[in-house]
Design a protein around this ligand. Structure first.
Ligand SMILES: [Fe+2]
Length: 432
């Protein structure tokens, strides 16, 4: 084990870049949780969310279980009980602790989990020092880095939900950055009918669910220039959107009735005449009309689209519209953790804007395997394929996504009633 993990003299050139990526991803995770107390990191606000401490441990468990356990000489687990405690859903690995009870793991404490991270980091580095480490290990290491980036977003969204349940509405970051918000006029971008290709083109990393690249036929369609804004969604509410069953899918209307939904998650106002407030990771703020709407379920996105005389795009339409566009927008990297609309993107008459970052955009496509899909071999094959049922695809990344993690072919997926992610809306319609 090297005494100085920063010393790259022993590394082969091909391993140097990967080690740099690994270090950068691991450091970014710790930067997000800077300033949190052990109590902040231990509590769990709902069954779907996990404590910060669990995320810190699970991402480390991923490297230890899938790389060190099979490939480290004389492997010895950091702690034998971690194999079960921090297994998320990998049945091939064995038993796992129930997700709704992750908040009950008061021991090990945060200090031990931080030590676990450092221990695994050093052992991964030692593995990379071996010039003969296989390409399969390098691929798993790359997968582990992207896996951890996914959990960076989950740390932020789970933490936001946790903090929102505290009546004092504490903030993760105290100061609100002063960013100009510019009003924008909606518009439509037209695409003609034809056969399109979607899926990863093989340039750079992708998850197995982005493969294989394949053809689909799209009728002529229009896609909105910008995502739907908080202001437009407020108009939907003011027009009785949550009280009009004709706008809702049956299952959505059932949830509206059962849960008493009257607005997106994190909204509240003192009275019917008062302005809407929304909770953010920088505290509660008055909503700004021209900011992309976030924290709506698929059902709310779909009802809004129907109210607006439009629909949600299919994922083939979305990817066709996004192909070739620069990956620009507001991501987790700038630390705002709230969608914004600014003038940083030059308007173009021919391109949709703001496709990346700020808010994930619901599509009307079910999360299904692409034609010819094959899950990765081994236990990591459970990563994506087994969830291809009862979920919808979202595209584009959000203000909680690391910028280097997103691409046009990226497929996120969540159940139709999910609201705690930064999930928003972009409209589509038939060409007029
Ligand atoms: Fe995971």
């Amino acid at each position: 084990m090297p005494l100085n993990p920063q010393n790259n003299l022993n590394l082969r050139p091909a391993h140097t870049a990967l080690w740099a990526q690994y270090q950068s991803v691991r450091a970014a995770t710790m930067a997000i949780v800077t300033g949190l107390s052990p109590e902040d990191c231990t509590a769990q606000s709902m069954p779907d969310a996990s404590p910060v401490k669990w995320h810190l441990a699970h991402t480390t468990w991923f490297f230890e279980t899938f790389i060190l356990e099979p490939y480290e000489h004389n492997f010895s687990a950091f702690h034998t009980e971690f194999r079960v405690l921090f297994n998320s859903y990998y049945n091939a690995v064995g038993a796992k602790h129930a997700r709704p009870e992750r908040g009950l793991i008061t021991r090990p404490g945060l200090e031990t989990i931080v030590a676990y991270r450092k221990n695994v980091d050093a052992r991964i580095r030692a593995l990379l020092d071996d010039a003969n480490v296989s390409s399969h290990v390098l691929q798993l290491l790359t997968l582990g880095c992207h896996h951890e980036q996914q959990h960076q977003e989950l740390i932020l969204t789970d933490l936001k939900h946790l903090l929102s349940r505290n009546p004092a509405l504490p903030a993760l970051r105290e100061s609100w950055p002063l960013t100009p918000i510019a009003a924008r006029e909606q518009g439509w971008i037209n695409f003609s009918a034809g056969v399109v290709e979607i899926g990863s083109d093989g340039q750079g990393f992708c998850f197995d669910n982005e493969l294989p690249r394949h053809r689909q036929f799209c009728e002529a369609f229009s896609i909105a220039r910008y995502p739907v804004t908080y202001g437009e969604f407020a108009d939907f509410i003011a027009d009785g959107g949550y009280a009009r069953p004709e706008l809702w899918l049956s299952a959505g209307w059932e949830i509206v009735q059962r849960e008493g939904w009257e607005h997106p998650l994190y909204w509240r106002r003192e009275s019917a005449d008062a302005p809407w407030q929304t909770f953010t990771l920088r505290g509660e703020i008055e909503i700004a009309r021209d900011v992309p709407i976030a924290h709506v379920s698929y059902f709310e996105a779909d009802a809004f689209a129907r109210w607006a005389g439009a629909r949600l795009p299919t994922e083939a339409e979305w990817e066709t519209a996004a192909a070739g566009l620069p990956i620009v927008g507001h991501f987790a990297d700038n630390g705002i953790f709230h969608p914004l609309a600014t003038d940083v993107f030059e308007p173009s008459a021919h391109q949709p804007l703001h496709m990346f970052g700020d808010v994930w955009e619901w599509t009307q496509s079910s999360y299904l395997p692409y034609p010819g899909f094959r899950a990765a071999s081994g236990a990591v094959g459970e990563y994506n394929g087994k969830f291809m049922i009862n979920q919808m695809v979202l595209r584009g990344g959000s203000c909680a996504t690391p910028q280097s993690h997103i691409r046009a072919s990226y497929r996120n997926f969540f159940p139709t009633d999910t609201r705690w992610q930064f999930s928003g809306v972009r409209l589509a319609r038939e060409c007029r």
